[in-house]
Ligand binder design. Structure first.
Ligand code: SF4
Length: 150
């Protein structure tokens, strides 16, 4: 965090220049490093993490998961926003509301893994167009697949 807070934007571009929205993310990284100051002071609760610039619930949930901390929520990215309603375990398009719906129906012991699992399902199988339903492990319990069978 100390080194990051002293970095200039041009230096960071070479590391994250291929990431979407890298200009804003670069500025957020330098700013949040200045706020946190030391690695040892990195917040490790969802409530504290989302106070940092550029850190929403999705990123906070990812940080907690990658740090091995107990999940306080569920990672909901654009893939989960698509897949969860197709499965029939959430509705709508608002990530926060979808996260709440998933937290209501899934046991907390599964929260850390389910977001990433649904995200990877969305990236590999449950694509926006032409989802590969016949080869999907969840097709027996998927609402979207059932409607396609009719
Ligand atoms: S069965 Fe089809 S729509 Fe349902 S989760 Fe799998 S790929 Fe997506």
């Amino acid at each position: 965090m100390e080194a990051l807070s002293r970095a200039d934007e041009q230096t960071l571009f070479q590391f994250i220049g291929k990431v979407r929205n890298f200009g804003n993310k670069t500025r957020w990284l330098i700013t949040l490093a200045g706020i946190v100051k030391k690695d040892s002071k990195t917040p490790m609760t969802l409530e504290e993490l989302i106070k940092l610039p550029g850190i929403g619930r999705k990123s906070a949930n990812v940080i907690l998961r990658e740090s091995g901390k107990k999940a306080e929520g569920i990672i909901v990215d654009l893939h989960v926003v698509r897949v969860a309603p197709r499965l029939g375990i959430a509705s709508g398009t608002d990530p926060k509301k979808i996260e709440t719906q998933l937290m209501d129906v899934l046991p907390q012991k599964d929260w850390a893994e389910i977001g990433m699992a649904l995200s990877f399902l969305g990236r590999e199988i449950c694509r926006p167009t032409n989802p590969k339903c016949p080869e999907c492990l969840l097709n027996a319990c998927c609402g979207y697949y059932k409607t396609r069978q009719k």
